[in-house]
Ligand binder design. Sequence first.
Ligand code: HEM
Length: 457
Amino acid sequence: MSRAPVDLTAQDSLDVLRGVLGPIVAQGPIVRRPSMTARAERRQSDRRSAVVLDALRERCDGAPLVLRLGPRRLVILTEPDDVARVLDGSPEPFTPASREKVAALRQFQPDGVIVSSAAERRRRRPLNERTLASGQTVHPAGESVVEQVARIAAEITGTVRMSGLLDADMFAAAHWRLVRTVTLGEAAHNDERLTARLNALRRAGNWSYLRPVRRRLRAAFAEQVREHVERAEPGTLAAAGREAAAALAAQEPDAEGLFDVASQVPHWLFAFDAAGIATLRALAVVAARPRVSERVLDELASAGHGATVLPYARACVLESVRLWPTTLVVLRDSTEPTSWDGRTLPAGTGFAVVSSYSHRDRSRHDLGDRFVPEAWLDGRADADRALVPFSAGPAACAGRDVVLLTASHLLARIAGLGLDVDRGEHLAHDPLPRTVDHHGLRFRLGARADRSLGTAV
Ligand code: HEM
């Protein structure tokens, strides 16, 4: 049942700022700051955040919680129906182009769909959906995508067999090669400067409107992306984007120049980073749990070659982003006054879903702190409107399916190494830690058999 939004007292607001929003901002909403994610894990900051929100939710009987931030109001939603109302109401009256997001993302994707006006979104959203084949478990370019995954998995497994070690930095470097190739093609495979530029712009984006736009760097990055998009070979997302743009422009000749793929690519590159983080955390749990690992490997072994769907490995990745969401907070701004159970909030009010809190809410199901990939296979997770690792509604993640295809295949192939994860005792059993710093994950070749699937295509 919906309830009128409740204004937080000064003390409650301070608790939310310190215990909930502060750690999110400190970790870096656009690119993580390793020293801060390490600190967040040491302090288990998501546990502290849940304590604050649990208390307020109980006291306010689940009503939306209104926080004053100077002239601006931010409403924190804790009930699934309220989350669903706002996400289903995107892009109007609840736009994803919230003030903070626009200010942060303009550093590298000023024309991305997520920060677009409703009018621009009418062209950009279909371009993204068509390119990324939203809603299709296997992307039309799936064979090439999985071939690239197998190639990178082989590189990783080859290196790990020699060094005996896999750490987050090595994984990230390999994952970026994969992302650049899948998105932009072979010429981008080793283009580390592209990633370095993107990450420098993301670091500026962490400061939202406190940091002026790095225009020269942004222009150089955009130019580099555009060159790659023009030369990208078939089988890449950029080539799929060129085709999608041409098809959409043919349907709407007056709008031809508005279907611009290169302006959407920065979001894809940026968002693939989250896929790497989710895969690494899933790998940590798989490595710590022999039964999960067996099932992942059996599934891959019986799946056959190529771009097959790996439902269980997919579910492990989904469980990773449920337990440790990579979008720390999903934000919307109202585009008109919002009437909410007898109270009216002005246009421009911010609405926030704190994913790490909503995803572990035990009041609705018993998933909580447990690792239950089965919940993504039997409909339990889908039935919960507050489980939103890829957001929900008309502005939900357009890349969900291509991410899950890529990440599930990578996970399954690296799992074949039979790695042991350091500090695995924390991941081997439920309850799982609330906060896991992916930068700190380290794996070693263990005594378990290497099932040598790393090189399977
Ligand atoms: C684990 C990986 C990923 C996760 C967890 C994820 C999650 C999300 C979430 C939560 C949003 C909504 C954000 C908001 O409303 O503020 C979003 C938006 C979006 N994502 Fe992803 N994403 C991932 C990877 C990707 C990738 C790799 C792509 C593209 C290749 C992609 C494409 C998009 C697009 C285009 C949007 C904007 C949708 C719109 O505003 O209409 N995502 N994603």
